[in-house]
Design a protein. Structure first.
Length: 406
């Protein structure tokens, strides 16, 4: 059991777009919900191979220091909790080193760059991490959106009646420009592109709301921009960067579409893209039942739409539900406890960081725990099934339970 009077020291490995979101999330995490028993948190270090970027991140978010390598975080005996927010291929070696050092590990999604690495991380969680008393988790941020959490609650409470269909899309436009640099996001195996980057969120949300996916079919992956110029230096997030005249091959997909069947028999149509013009972050999930429907559109994050069987059929129709203290996370989480105040990624990262703190401290403050490495490995198994469906001309492919693969 964690000594709740002793500060927990937190570090973030990765100072890019998502790394800064983790850095800010840890800073905000102790300002919300019930604080009873929560240990104080020390913002210890930011690590990045681009040291000036790490220094800027540490300065902005109030961390004690910046370092130029993740190994320095592993070797620091005073650090207790570490966020891994770097390229997917680095997740496994960093996580393994951190667990060996006895540190709690919170990893950004997707779990790893390859299915083999994802399996090894799930085995690490169930073996060495458990034996060492180390807590591991994965940040699927959109679970923490109050509107999305409320839609999942509607389904759990059977408010929509028997479910009949799920439709989901996650469309982005960050890869529309063919002159954008060839970063690690574009050079992994098939399935590691749009499907793992944004599709992993979509798969996780679909299962979060409706339960496990049993099989997929109709997998179709396509690459529209097949070559990109090589960058001349560091690239942060999806931003532009100086590039050379030399190009390299894009080896993974720009778009992915597939159908899915859940273990409860419900069918879904799901699609994702990184080349959808005019869609900066277009996540949408709609759930249909025989007595109602509910939908969340991330371009309008402070609300969700809802329709059900009103007593008078003449007044039925889609209604807009505005976020407020009646929704999950809002009550006790937002600084301004009044309906109509929107939220965004910053709050959701803080919610997941706070949930991880509760897990490490052994507290139950009503914040659901984060997905485990094994949960995130399951998402990777769905991604792999979609790839295999694509390679077999759209055939139906069963999704194995992660336990059967470990």
């Amino acid at each position: 059991m964690t000594d709740r009077t002793k500060p927990l020291s937190v570090a973030v490995i990765g100072a890019g777009m998502a790394g800064r979101s983790h850095a800010n999330g840890w800073r905000m995490a102790t300002t919300m919900f019930d604080l009873e028993g929560l240990p104080p948190v020390r913002l210890a270090a930011i690590a990045d191979a681009n040291l000036p970027l790490a220094e800027d991140c540490a300065r902005r978010y109030g961390y004690d220091k910046a370092v130029g390598s993740w190994q320095e975080i592993v070797d620091d005996p005073d650090i207790d909790i570490v966020s891994i927010v770097v390229g997917n291929d680095l997740h496994r070696p960093i996580a393994e080193a951190l667990v060996r050092a006895g540190k709690h590990v919170f990893c950004e999604k997707p779990l790893a760059g390859t299915l083999e690495d994802g399996r090894a991380m799930a085995e690490l969680e169930q073996g060495a991490a458990r034996e060492a008393g180390v807590v591991t988790g994965v940040g699927f941020t959109y679970r923490r959106n109050p509107a999305m959490a409320r839609v999942a609650q509607h389904v759990a409470d059977d408010d929509l009646g028997p479910l009949s269909l799920v439709e989901g899309r996650y469309d982005c436009d960050y890869a529309c420009d063919p002159s954008g640099p060839l970063t690690w996001r574009f050079t992994g195996p098939l399935g590691s592109g749009a499907l793992a980057d944004v599709g992993a969120h979509l798969i996780d949300l679909a299962e979060f709301v409706c339960g496990p996916i049993e099989s997929v079919a109709g997998g179709t992956l396509s690459t529209l921009v097949t070559e990109r110029p090589k960058p001349l230096g560091f690239v942060v997030g999806h931003g532009a960067a100086p590039v050379s005249d030399e190009t390299g091959e894009v080896t993974n997909e720009d778009t992915a579409t597939f159908t899915a069947r859940f273990a409860n028999g419900v069918a879904a149509t799901l699609a994702c893209s990184r080349t959808a013009f005019g869609m900066p972050n277009g996540l949408r999930l709609e759930v249909y039942g025989l007595q109602g429907r509910a939908a969340v559109d991330w371009h309008r994050p402070a609300e969700y739409t809802y329709d059900d069987e009103q007593p008078d059929a003449t007044t039925r129709g889609e209604r807009r539900i505005i976020a407020g203290p009646h929704l999950p996370y809002f009550n006790g989480g937002y600084p301004m406890q009044a309906a109509g105040n929107g939220g965004g990624n910053a709050e959701m990262f803080a919610y997941e960081c706070r949930a991880f703190l509760d897990q490490v401290a052994g507290l139950d403050h009503g914040t659901p725990p984060n997905a485990s490495f094994t949960d995130a490995y399951r998402t990777m198994l769905v991604v792999d099934a979609v790839v295999r469906s694509h390679q077999s001309g759209g055939a139906s492919v069963a999704v194995p339970a992660p336990e059967s693969e470990l």
